[in-house]
Write a protein that binds this ligand. Sequence first.
Ligand code: GLV
Ligand code: MG
Length: 317
Amino acid sequence: MAELRSRRSNLAVPGSNPRFLEKAKGLGADQVFLDLEDACAPLAKPGARKNIVAALNEGGWGEKIRTVRVNDWTTEWTFTDVLEVVGGAGANLDCIMLPKVADAAQVQALDLLLTQIEKANGLEVGRIGIEAQIETAQGLINVNQIAFASPRIETIIFGPADFMASINMKSLVVGALHPDYAGDPFHYILMQILMAARARGVQAIDGPFLQVRDVDAFREVAKRSAVLGFDGKWVLHPGQVDAANEIYSPSQEDYDHAELILDAYDWATSEAGGKKGSAMLGDEMIDEASRKMALVIAGKGRAAGMQRSSTFTPPEG
Ligand code: GLV
Ligand code: MG
């Protein structure tokens, strides 16, 4: 996968609330998304567009990825959302998030609109990315085409709340396991999204967990997608930020181990190391596939700014 910036924590910020917009700047999330969709009441949307443009242009977001979630294409708002936000703050914006994506054509429509607004405003064409939210049965059956619909795609995101409504899933807590079902009811959905994202070389992001005061439960739910390989998760509350940053980073031990494998394998395959295609690192046999796995962990660790705490010493003799 290309070098992508970390998106371990994706903080949702309602565009209708200037106080929350201001507060979000100081939080430790890797990404913020300023919301014009479901966290904004219809009557508040025009004002929210203006708040978002002002907050983006004001700056102070540090290294955070700045995304705006517009309304979906079945509403009357999408066009004006994109026009006002990108026209007003396109230079200070990284991505547009498109919710409830149904098919590839909806992504292409946004791509065309973005291109035209970029041209009209003297912005670099193609710089603004697209984050596609999969939150309906139709979106999921089309997720492979959606992932490849535009070079702007940067993430595929799972939207559990809308998704559970879309498929009539019996719900207790959004995104959590259900006591009446022994398995993980979300496994299939998460895997479909992950396969599409990985085939396309973009990030896979897990959606929100609504019981915002229960950080332990958030951690349990987050681990389920982190272990599959997801790159991050939405956070709805400042209390969830640190947990997401931790859970979607490799542990220090795994990060160190990955860097060691890379060094050890590099050495083993070299002239000095005997041009070996497989080698022992302690009790572990490593080969080219180990290097690929290690690259993933090391890549996530490096993107998250981790420092290794061990060095490789070639074996004697
Ligand atoms: C997020 O948008 C969700 O529907 O879960
Ligand atoms: Mg949703």
